[in-house]
Design a protein around this ligand. Structure first.
Ligand code: UT7
Length: 343
């Protein structure tokens, strides 16, 4: 027996006899403008030393005034389509994971559909904050394995700079903008997305949220003046919950596939804080050379985070066909998810 196949495909274990779903290509985009820690030192009372030691972030990319989430999403999508030799007419469905849509409605996915000329595609958004890309992958996977669609485009994209309070040092140093995309199809020679565990804990919604702008608190001069349209976070509590949830989700995903962590070629964690990644790595027994980290360059890009990291890991050949990949994420909601992929 080939050593590559020594794991369980949980979908097969539970009687699933249908098609598998693979990521056939990936792409990403980050805006040109970079804000370094030194730049932030001039904007709020902070230091490169504090940001680096507490988070691991050195710089982040920030979209231009006239560059929106749909623009970044479309650019990442076009790169993935080019690499996968996918024409716009082949795309059946577009799912965009984002908490910073261009507008509350219509869905950013519809704007992307127009931008890339995918006229046949259905389009909708998924809102699961930093966990959104894995949520969207799992949703896309369902459409492929059920034979509803042949080709699904999944995107994680954010313009977090538009909801960050640039006067609040507790949050403004943490986030960045960007997008990552993946094309899903059935490939007869690969198991593809083996499993995805997803969870949520809505009683902790207030730990990380943007209170204004929805039906509970529509925009008024007062709500804007009170800063209710900016992202708010209880950093310490979010940190603790992130470590616990990412460990639990990662372990569950591995257990479902009867895999030991040593079999995973590359672990792609949500890029929020280097200390969270290290704590999860310690608890799951992940070796430093197994884990992919790029948050020093981009900060936390929420739903785009693991999508951009996946693309970079593939372009750097840290992941090759046949490798097993574990992705683990955590975000507002609270939400979390983990996925195991045979690349
Ligand atoms: O993507 C969703 C998931 N998000 C996360 O997982 C983020 C989770 N949380 C974190 O990454 C960390 O909690 C932070 C990076 C946000 C904060 O790190 P911390 O070690 O938990 O710091 P802290 O909140 O305990 O703050 C310590 C001190 C405070 O000062 P006092 O009250 O001790 O005097 C803060 O005011 O650091 C201060 N501080 C800063 N100092 C310099 C907070 N932000 C800054 C800053 N520069 N930018």
């Amino acid at each position: 027996m080939s050593t590559q196949k020594q794991f369980t495909n949980p979908r097969a274990k539970h009687g699933f006899r249908g098609r598998t779903c693979s990521i056939i290509s990936v792409g990403s985009y980050v805006p040109e403008k970079v804000i370094t820690n030194a730049d932030l030192e001039k904007m709020v009372e902070t230091s490169d030393e504090w940001i680096t030691t507490r988070t691991g972030i050195k710089e982040r990319h920030i979209a231009g005034e006239k560059e929106f989430t749909s623009d970044m999403a479309a650019k990442a999508a076009l790169r993935a389509m080019q690499r996968g030799n996918i024409t716009p007419d082949q795309i059946d469905l577009i799912i965009v994971a984002t908490i910073t849509p261009d507008m509350p409605f219509p869905a950013t996915a519809c704007l992307v559909q127009h931008r890339i000329g995918a006229r046949r595609a259905a389009a909708f958004d998924v809102e699961a904050a930093c966990s959104g890309f894995i949520y969207a992958l799992e949703i896309g996977q369902q459409f492929i394995t059920s034979r509803t669609y042949e080709t699904v485009l999944v995107i994680g994209a954010e313009k977090l700079s538009s909801i960050v309070d640039w006067k609040d040092r507790n949050t403004c140093v943490l986030f960045g903008d960007g997008a990552g995309a993946a094309i899903l199809q059935h490939r007869p020679d690969a198991h593809g997305l083996l499993t995805a565990c997803m969870g949520a804990e809505g009683d902790k919604a207030e730990l990380l949220c943007m209170p204004g702008g929805g039906s509970r608190c529509p925009a008024t001069p007062e709500s804007v003046a009170s800063g209710l349209h900016f992202l708010r976070m209880d950093g310490k509590e979010t940190f603790k919950n992130a470590v616990i949830a990412m460990c639990t989700a990662g372990q569950e995903a591995l257990r479902r596939c009867d895999l030991d962590i040593s079999r995973i070629k590359c672990v792609i964690p949500h890029q929020a804080n280097r200390r969270i990644i290290d704590a999860v790595g310690d608890r799951l027994g992940i070796k430093p050379d197994q884990v992919f980290v790029n948050l020093d360059k981009y900060g936390n890009t929420s739903a785009a985070s693991v999508a951009i990291a996946l693309d970079e890991a593939v372009q750097q050949r840290r992941i090759q066909r046949g490798d097993l990949v574990l992705m683990v994420v955590f975000g507002a909601g609270l939400t979390w998810a983990a996925a195991v992929i045979e690349w």
